[in-house]
Design a protein around this ligand. Structure first.
Ligand code: AHM
Ligand code: MG
Length: 337
C-alpha cells in the first residue's frame, strides 16, 4: 500500500481486506473490536492519576502478583469488546486464571496481556497492551485447550499498544509491521510507521542486570563480551531498561537493540509469558527483520504447554541476537567460550 499523507488505521484495515478477496470481514472486525477496547484503555491510563483509579485492588492474580485497578479495567474492556463481537471463540488473558470460551461459534482465539508493565502505573511511566490472534483448530469440534496452546508460528495477527508520550499501535498479520499513532482529539489512529524494519545492528541493550550472577553461563559470557565492547567504546550497545516490556521492545524496534529476560537459577523459565508476551513480540520482530529466541530455539517454534507458561526471552536486532546465539550454542554443546 502506498504511504498516503493521511491513512487511518480503519482505512488501512479496509484496504488490507480489499486485497484479500477470500476475506470474510470477520477478522477485520475482530481487529476493530480490539482497537475500540484499546481506545478506552488509552483514555483511562492517560487520566489515571486524576480519577483516583490508581492503587491496588488488594487481590493477587494467578501468578501471585498484585493486581492494579487498571489491569482489571484493561482486562474487562478487552473481554467485553471481544465477547460482544461474537467473533472470538476463546480468550486467554494474563489477568484470568484460565482460558474462557466466550462464544462456541466464534472462529478465533485471542490471547492478551491487557496491561503490561503495570508496576509503572503508579509512577506515570509507559505501559502497554499485547495481543495475539489465532484461528481455532477446527470450528466443527468443541474448543479444547489445544486451541489455546498453538505455536507462535500459527498466529494470524500480533500487536502491541504503547501508552507513552503518545499512544501507538503496532501490528503484523504476516505482511510486514505497521505502526499507527493515536490522535487523541479525534480518537483515530494514523499510519505513522509504515513497513517497519528494525536496524540490523543493535544500539541498545535492555536487561535487568541485577540478576547477572544468577543467569545461565551463556548469558554471563555474552555480557562479559559486551563489557569488553564497552571498555573499548562506551557508546557501544548502550544500556536502556524501562522495565516495561512494550516500551523496551518498541525503542529497540525503532532504534536497534537487544532485549534479554533470561532464566535464573531460582526461575529457570524467567518471568515473561510465552503466549501473550513473547510470541506476539517475536513475530513482530521477525517480521521487522530481527530474531527472537529462548536461547535454544526460536520462540515461535515452541510448543506451549500451558496458558501462563513462562519463557526465557532474547529478541531484537539480527546481528546482535546472532552474537548472543553464538554463546548459547557453545553452552548447549558444552564448548568453551
Ligand atoms: P507484568 O506483566 O506483571 O507487568 O510483568 C512484566 C514486566 C515486563 O513488562 C518487563 O519487561 C518485566 O516485567 C520487568 O521485570 P523486572 O522488574 O524483573 O526487570
Ligand atoms: Mg505482562
Amino acid at each position: 500500500m502506498p504511504f498516503h499523507k493521511r491513512v487511518t488505521l480503519q482505512q488501512f484495515i479496509a484496504e488490507t481486506e480489499r486485497q484479500a478477496p477470500e476475506a470474510t470481514g470477520e477478522f477485520s472486525q475482530l481487529l476493530r473490536e480490539i482497537i475500540l477496547a484499546v481506545k478506552y484503555i488509552h483514555y483511562e491510563t492517560s487520566r489515571a492519576g486524576i480519577n483516583q483509579i490508581l492503587g491496588r485492588t488488594g487481590s493477587r492474580n494467578v501468578q501471585g502478583e498484585e493486581v492494579q485497578k487498571l489491569d482489571v479495567f484493561a482486562h474487562e474492556q478487552l473481554v467485553r469488546s471481544l465477547q460482544l463481537s461474537g467473533l472470538a471463540a476463546v480468550l486467554g488473558s494474563e489477568e484470568a486464571d484460565d482460558y474462557e470460551v466466550v462464544n462456541p461459534a466464534g472462529r478465533y482465539v485471542v490471547l492478551f496481556d491487557p496491561l503490561d508493565g503495570s508496576s509503572n502505573i503508579d509512577v506515570s511511566m509507559p505501559v502497554g497492551t499485547i495481543f495475539s490472534i489465532y484461528r481455532r483448530l477446527d470450528p466443527d469440534r468443541p474448543i479444547t485447550e489445544a486451541d489455546v496452546l498453538q505455536p507462535g508460528r500459527r498466529q494470524l495477527a500480533a500487536g502491541y499498544v504503547l501508552y507513552g508520550t503518545s499512544t501507538l499501535l503496532v501490528y503484523t498479520t504476516g505482511h510486514g509491521v505497521n505502526g499507527f499513532t493515536l490522535e487523541p482529539t479525534v480518537g483515530e489512529f494514523f499510519l505513522t510507521h509504515p513497513q517497519l524494519q528494525t536496524p540490523e545492528q543493535a544500539r541498545y541493550l535492555s536487561i535487568n542486570a541485577a540478576a547477572r550472577s544468577q543467569f545461565p553461563e551463556a548469558v554471563r559470557a555474552y555480557l562479559d563480551e559486551v563489557d569488553a565492547r564497552h571498555a573499548e567504546n562506551p557508546d557501544a550497545l548502550k544500556p536502556r531498561y524501562v522495565g516495561a516490556l512494550v516500551a523496551d521492545f518498541h525503542r529497540n524496534l525503532l532504534e536497534g537493540g537487544i532485549f534479554l529476560y533470561p532464566g535464573t537459577v531460582a526461575k529457570p523459565a524467567g518471568k515473561l509469558r510465552l503466549l501473550y508476551e513473547a510470541n506476539p513480540l517475536a513475530w513482530i520482530i521477525e517480521q521487522a527483520g530481527g530474531l527472537a529466541t529462548d536461547g535454544q530455539q526460536p520462540i515461535l517454534d515452541r510448543q506451549p504447554q500451558k496458558l501462563h507458561e513462562r519463557t526465557p526471552l532474547v529478541l531484537g536486532s539480527k546481528a546482535e541476537v546472532e552474537r548472543f546465539l553464538y554463546f548459547s550454542a557453545r553452552e548447549l554443546h558444552n564448548m568453551p567460550y
